[in-house]
Design a protein around this ligand. Sequence first.
Ligand code: FMN
Length: 363
Amino acid sequence: MREPLLRRHACIVAYWQEGELIFENYATRTRIVARPPAPDILHLFGRWRRPEAVIARLPDYTASSLRALIAGLERYSFLVRADAPVHSQSQLETWGAWNPAAGFFHMSTKDGRYPRDPGVTDRRLRRKAAHSPPPAVVKRYEGARQVPLPPADTLGEFPQVLLARRTWRDFSRRPITIAELSTLLALTWRIQGWIDIPGQGQMPLKTSPSGGARHPLEAYVWVRRVSGLRQGLYHYASDSHVLEQLTTGEGGRRVVSYLPGQWWYESAPVLVLITAVFPRVQWKYDFPRAYRVVLAEAGHFCQTFCLTATWLGLAPFCSMALADSRIEHDLRIDGVTESVLYAAGVGKRPRDRARRPTFRTHR
Ligand SMILES: Cc1cc2nc3c(=O)[nH]c(=O)nc-3n(C[C@H](O)[C@H](O)[C@H](O)COP(=O)(O)O)c2cc1C
């Protein structure tokens, strides 16, 4: 039987860590320590080749040791087979010129490790602060001429909404209403109009800006306690202002597992999972810096959501400590062409004033 045709995986980076040369396949998130002749083997598999052809080029090593190494490199996904099913090839290869910088960053920052008990982090930081205080939170230019500014205009609804926004971590048991959810989704994600970009077609316009009006973001809504709406997971159709139901059920424990260690969001009636459809941006911007654009947009949308919720007298929050792969599995998205980036949620404010977020205002 002929040996299979193999090729080096397209998503490999190398770096030194603790004195060892590491090869990382950032698509499959596998790492190996690269000892000779592994670098030579991977180099020779730069195009489709059979193992025998590579073995013939490395006469200093025995055929059996090279065969074993090639098998290992294939097992750890550093070599791919020409006859492998298409699905086992990495979607990340479609990121083209976004690789390796953005692809490596995207994959290696997925599924952060979060402490089960946030108290552990808190105690660690207290110990750290004792010998290494945190950096100053403001920057000053001592000696520079200072120009006092006139008092800011904080009257009116808009400044008051801005000043009232806080991250809430305690919610009333009362559900929010379908009307409140509708307003939140419409003012944050709904397409408000269209712009014609010659030769590129119609692009949507929303209340938040988007680089090149590509609008890569999507919103999935876990409805847990909304009066007038069945529990379940929905996708918000931003063109028609419709919720598309994907699953039913309260999803309690599952939704909590999306936000590891953040028990304070457990009782939130609504969780919005914000994803990005990267090809919308990659189609126009064929360089990895555009990944930054997508992240900035997630911030714009989340802030709009939080401000709208504040204006409605609700209790919004946001979180980036997410169990990405678990969420992506449930949303049935592949985590590469569409990936979760951020989550926002909302509930009713607790009536008990002691459960409200506190902060000291400046004089
Ligand atoms: C990008 C981003 C990520 C955040 N992630 C979390 C999080 O994982 N868990 C959480 O409880 N709060 C999270 N927050 C909320 C911050 O902790 C909160 O904004 C901060 O404490 C300041 O409070 P304020 O929002 O009331 O001004 C996040 C905020 C931002 C902007």
